[in-house]
Design a protein around this ligand. Structure first.
Ligand code: PSU
Ligand code: MN
Length: 334
């Protein structure tokens, strides 16, 4: 399925685009990018490859071609075959790769699982405008002391990709994250909601600045922004379904103990988010995992529907945004 592209000789890291994804991009069909950190660091490794395929199936159900992004063997991969997916899901030494890590991971031939930030950047470079995930990174609790703010926010400020998510994880400071997104001119629209969803839970009690209710409305917002040449990403925040939400009491308890343990073990930097997600999965009797999978599947399907809407061109999506075959297969495209 993958096509290892022949290089044009230009220097730079190669980007290997799976044939199905490339064909879709060239013909202007709908494509949705998916991250891989969730596969390597966000879900239990014994089932994460299967879950990743279910997420891809949800994108297809929405009407788009999925493109899971990772770094393997010194190349960026847009769309993973079974072997590549297994390596990301189960392989030893898979590096959680944000934008800052891409250069070293590529240059040293390591296996890299891309975060929201890195996936947005690489998706945009491949000509993909839509991206689905579980939760965004954001401002961590206690960030006034630690300065721990996810690079996802800087990427959203710089890369014009629409990210469908279930809000920011409740392990973060949601209010501070919304403030930072406002400062960075990154629009946040609630999907079918007036309040910011909190990943495991539907309602953080914080208002979202804008509300949309259909894939058509999301597509119209994307098209309007594109028409103005706005360069930031767009955050579409969809709450997890009511019957898949985590029990708020269990959620509060697990969060409190996880934050305490993270502080006790002095977990810092890029390890904080995987540690807390793992803590939730281990200490909620499977509840957080079920919620996590349910919300990612829903986000993948919604992103697929928005991508399909954009591909139909109804809101005036410029067809010229589909990259041509030459650009997609060149090494070191710029
Ligand atoms: N949401 C999840 N699982 C995850 C993540 C988010 O449900 O594994 C990952 C995403 O890849 C996100 C990253 O970009 O965590 C943020 O990490 P950090 O806080 O270190 O920037
Ligand atoms: Mn961090």
């Amino acid at each position: 399925m993958d096509t290892r592209v022949s290089g044009s000789g230009a220097p730079g890291a190669p980007m290997v685009v799976a044939e199905e994804v490339r064909d879709a991009l060239v013909s202007g069909a709908a494509v949705v990018a998916l991250e891989s950190t969730i596969i390597s660091h966000g879900l239990p490794s014994d089932s994460s490859a299967r879950t990743a395929r279910r997420i891809e199936a949800a994108v297809r159900a929405g009407g788009a071609v999925p493109a899971t992004v990772a770094v393997l063997d010194g190349a960026v991969r847009i769309g993973l075959d079974d072997d590549a997916l297994a390596r990301v899901a189960e392989g030893p030494d898979v590096v959680k790769s944000s934008v800052r890590d891409l250069g070293p991971v590529l240059a040293t031939g390591r296996t890299g699982a891309t975060t929201v930030a890195a996936t947005s950047y690489l998706a945009h470079r491949a000509g993909i405008a839509l991206f689905a995930t579980g939760g965004l990174g954001g401002v961590h609790r206690g960030a006034r002391d630690t300065w721990d703010e996810s690079a996802d926010l800087a990427a959203l400020a710089a890369v014009p990709v629409t990210v469908v998510c279930a809000g920011v994880k409740s392990i973060l400071d949601t209010a501070a994250t919304l403030e930072r997104l406002e400062s960075l001119s990154v629009p946040v629209v609630g999907y079918g909601t007036d309040v910011m969803p909190g990943f495991y839970v539907r309602d953080t009690g914080l208002p979202v600045p804008w509300r949309v209710d259909t894939p058509e409305e999301v597509a119209a917002v994307v098209a309007a922004r594109e028409g103005l040449g706005l360069r930031q990403g767009l955050v579409v925040a969809q709450p997890v379904a009511g019957d898949a939400e985590m029990d708020p009491t269990l959620h509060e308890r697990t969060l409190a103990s996880g934050l305490e343990e993270a502080a006790r073990r002095r977990v810092t930097g890029k390890d904080v988010t995987p540690f807390l997600l793992g803590w939730f999965h281990e200490h909620s009797g499977g509840a957080s995992l079920a919620t996590n999978v349910a919300l990612v599947l829903a986000n993948a399907e919604l992103a697929g529907r928005v991508a399909a809407e954009l591909a139909r061109g109804r809101p005036g999506w410029p067809r010229s945004s589909a990259p041509d075959r030459e650009r997609l297969t060149a090494r070191g495209r710029s």
